[in-house]
Design a protein around this ligand. Structure first.
Ligand code: P5A
Ligand code: ZN
Length: 484
């Protein structure tokens, strides 16, 4: 059998995405509050596996999990001026307890800097209290005014992982920023989601941050999605919330901070980048069911086949895999294949009377739908090998696909043409001036993602190169894209 097509996946991505999350089902969008949704059992299981990876990578690098209240009093939310100026229009307010107006209005957290940092002030006094590295996984609320989209732009972000750190020096905080970027890179690598790391331009930084590094991926329709951000906060919040420690010379110094966030948007990306016309395709680490066993029953040998399927499932489970036997009656094998392909299960095992007679089983891999017969003696080994192989291929396929969507252009017209016809990300020579950048965004009708995070990513323009925007001397490359 040939590889499954990706026609509807790429040509009608939005419809594909809605269909997949409804049919699996992953996420029910029919809850009657705009910008919210319900995580369905299978979707919840995927979410749990993704969060396991996120927790694992954070805990390995010294971050500890905490849980802060949802409500933030008015006077704290507005302490850092730039932060509140940008979030003001997106905040949900609690103003009453029953019929009684509250003396202090309470915000539903849009993010937790202003909830956490007053507590940081209480916790940090001495040098020995640093560094501080915490994270929480909570819901946050943002009254988004741009069009909402399931999981991608929601008003109740139900899966908001936010990490917050405090350090004694600028150098240590900048080192933490790099560690944050590495942690996120590792998480996306485990999810096999390709990404570019880009320093956002000044006008698109997180409110209150000195620098924002974003992870961007390209969706099947060619539009770019920001799937995570790491912010270097400098001392801005520390000053606003008076977070300082005593140095050895007896003087006080404000702490240096970072924070980084990731949300269910990353799960939307996971679903989107790997899928095909048959539905989900999941890397084995996040697949709720890694192997499904399907009995191919013939009259007279039903019990025998079922028994063998259960044995196979037990052997695989004992080796640590997540396995399910689809022993539903009155459903054809074909219909079962359809269900499990839709759910993205990496490997399917078919077992019928003939397999029992020859002591074999048939393995079918989800990504290519190719079948291979294996001997029962080798089953565990072959299944594990196949899962690894599929994971490698998924990483490779998604990476190559994204690479094909990142291209250079010389002029504004070229850039516009690329984005109109193929989408993706275009790299241009740039002078680095804000007004030129803003002008560029208008003429290309796209968003400036920013400059590459690591210089190794792309070469800087040669000397004498001209800015694609204003024609002045260019000293940087910038990335431009149409984005979600
Ligand atoms: C970092 C964590 C922050 O909020 N404060 C704590 C910092 N950064 S952020 O860029 O605003 O958000 C982090 C990531 O969350 C995702 N995201 C969303 N996902 C779904 N729906 C939304 N409305 C939404 N808003 C932000 C983005 O991936 C973003 O990078
Ligand atoms: Zn310019």
């Amino acid at each position: 059998m040939t590889n499954p097509e990706r026609k509807s996946w790429s040509q009608d991505y939005s419809e594909w995405f809605h269909k997949v999350i409804a049919e699996v089902p992953i996420y029910d969008t029919r809850y009657p509050v705009k910008g919210t949704g319900v995580w369905m059992p299978f979707g919840y299981k995927i979410r749990r596996e993704v969060l396991r990876i996120i927790r694992d990578e954070l805990e390995k690098t010294g971050h500890e999990e905490v849980l802060f209240p949802l409500l933030i009093p008015d006077y704290l939310l507005s302490k850092e001026s730039e932060h509140i100026r940008n979030f003001e229009d997106e905040v949900y307010w609690v103003t009453h307890g029953g019929k009684t107006p509250l003396e202090v209005k309470l915000a539903l957290r849009p993010t937790s800097e202003t909830a956490m940092y007053p507590m940081f002030k209480l916790w940090i006094n001495a040098y020995s209290d640093l560094p501080l590295r915490i994270f929480q996984i909570v819901n946050v609320f943002r009254y988004e005014t741009k069009a909402t989209r399931p999981m991608i732009r929601v008003r109740e972000v139900s899966t908001f992982k936010e990490a917050h750190t405090a350090h004694a020096t600028r150098e240590e905080a900048e080192e933490q920023e790099r560690i944050g970027v590495e942690v996120y890179s590792k998480i996306f690598e485990r999810l096999k989601i390709p990404f570019l790391r880009t320093i956002r331009p000044d006008w698109d930084k997180f409110p209150g941050a000195e620098r924002s590094v974003a992870f961007d991926t390209v969706m099947p329709d060619g539009r770019v999605l920001q799937i995570g951000t790491v912010h270097f906060l400098g001392q801005g919040f520390a000053r606003a919330f008076d977070i300082k420690y005593m140095k050895s010379d007896g003087n006080y110094e404000y702490v240096w901070q970072t924070c980084y966030g990731i949300s269910e948007r990353a799960i939307a990306a996971l679903i989107s980048v790997h899928g095909d016309d048959h539905g989900l395709v999941l890397p084995s680490e996040v697949a709720p069911v890694q192997v499904v066993v399907i009995p191919i029953v013939y009259k007279g040998r039903e019990e025998e086949v079922l028994k063998r399927c259960k044995e196979v499932s037990e052997i695989l489970e004992r080796s640590g895999l997540r396995v399910s036997v689809d022993d539903r009656k009155d459903i054809t094998p074909g219909n079962k294949y359809y269900t499990w392909e839709m759910k993205g299960t990496p490997v399917r095992i078919e077992i019928g009377p003939r397999d029992i007679d020859s002591n074999t089983a048939v393995l079918v891999r989800r990504d290519t739908l190719k079948k291979t017969p294996v001997n029962m003696e080798m089953l565990v080994e072959e299944v594990r090998k196949l899962l690894d192989h599929i994971d490698e291929e998924l990483a490779k396929r998604s990476k190559e696909w994204m690479s094909s969507k990142v291209r250079g252009a010389e002029t504004i017209d070229q850039a516009k043409d690329e984005l109109d016809t193929r989408g993706g990300i275009v790299e241009l020579n740039w002078c680095g001036k804000t007004n030129c950048g803003e002008e560029l965004e208008k003429t290309i009708d796209a968003r400036i993602l920013g400059v590459p995070f690591d210089e190794h990513d792309i070469e800087n323009p040669p000397s004498g190169a001209k800015c694609a925007g204003c024609g002045g001397a260019a000293n940087k490359k910038i990335r431009v894209a149409r984005s979600y």
